[in-house]
Write a protein that binds this ligand. Structure first.
Ligand code: BDR
Ligand code: CA
Length: 321
């Protein structure tokens, strides 16, 4: 069984993603590393710890505190999407769990270096921690079997800021370092959870599907819907529809249940760091050899186009049951 490190800027959909992975008996999460993104670093740490409290049990991974801001510039904020506290402003009590003293980058490097099994990374936030680890110790980071990235927007469907997706736009320089590194990447872009050509690829939870999860009746199941209150309200206004697109859980599902990926393509991804209108946009080329500086001469990336929507929802439901 492979081991996983999950790097997260824990807000509401990150919390669901963590809960799903931690409840999956076929997955061993070796560590949770936290990065600033949706919310300030200490808020993201608090939310990761609250999620551990909600999941409960004895075999929970340690939580490590990482980068406070991107490699260049200041943190972008997403409290309008996830709430001031990142968890829907429900007022969850302070966590019982506490973070480790060791820093996230050091812990990531130590765990990867000493792991005697296959180890993968799943990233749910800006790629700052990962880029710092790659820059410090590339040989250790090469031991990763795969990095699954929630990020990017391959079809030009980005955030309200334009064509760029939040996690990549939050730290484009870090994302470019990760994309040029050479470890295989599976990128799960935003549209996988936001759009669907047919009900078969629809990963968005309807109001009835949210109610069914709450009806499981556990604190954890209720938490996974309630903490997304700000996001649900935002979607009601933006799309005039009560739906919940859970970006980070789709990325975790792609990593832990690759059979749920319906369509994907091999490519090399470049991130625009030029500061122009396309700043932070991910560009995928399917050419094996290119003259673009820093591109691998083989295709090391996979972009997910569609996932099995009903299968994803069943997986989420089963893990929370
Ligand atoms: C990403 O940004 C955040 O809103 C979510 O947690 C997800 O990681 C989607 O663009
Ligand atoms: Ca996230």
């Amino acid at each position: 069984m492979a081991k996983y490190i999950i790097d997260t800027d824990t807000a509401s959909d990150d919390a669901v993603a963590l809960a799903m992975a931690l409840k999956d008996p076929s997955c061993k999460v070796a560590a949770i590393t936290v990065v600033a993104g949706n919310v300030p670093l200490q808020t993201a740490v608090r939310n990761a710890l609250i999620t551990l409290d909600m999941v409960g049990g004895d075999d929970l991974p340690p939580v490590y505190v990482g980068a406070e801001k991107p490699l260049i510039g200041q943190r972008l904020d997403a409290s309008h999407i996830h709430g001031q506290d990142g968890l829907g402003d429900i007022g969850y009590p302070d966590p019982v769990h506490q973070p480790e003293k060791e820093g996230a980058v050091q812990a990531m490097l130590r765990i990867i270096d000493t792991c005697d099994e296959d180890i993968e990374l799943i990233t749910l936030g800006p790629l700052t921690n990962v880029a710092i680890a790659i820059t410090l110790e590339p040989a250790i980071m090469k031991k990763l079997r795969r990095i699954t990235v929630m990020g990017g927007s391959q079809l030009g469907y980005g955030s309200p800021r334009g064509v760029s997706e939040f996690n990549i736009l939050s730290d484009p320089e870090a994302a470019q370092i990760v994309c040029r590194f050479g470890v295989p990447i599976t990128m799960v872009p935003l549209e996988v959870c936001k759009r669907a050509a047919s009900p078969d690829d629809d990963c968005r939870l309807s109001a009835a599907e949210m109610a069914a999860i709450k009806d499981i009746g556990t604190d954890l199941a209720r938490f996974c819907i309630d903490c997304n209150k700000t996001l649900i309200d935002y979607n009601k206004k933006a799309y005039k529809n009560e739906v919940l697109g859970l970006a980070d859980p789709t990325a975790v599902a792609a990593a832990l249940r690759p059979g749920l990926i319906k369509e994907s393509f091999a490519c090399n991804i470049q991130v625009d760091t030029s500061g122009s209108h396309t700043h932070g946009q991910t560009n995928a080329t399917r050419l094996k050899k290119t003259i673009m500086e820093g591109m691998a001469e083989h295709l090391t990336h996979t972009v997910v186009k569609t996932m099995d929507g009903p299968g994803f929802k069943t997986y989420l439901y089963d893990m929370l049951k």
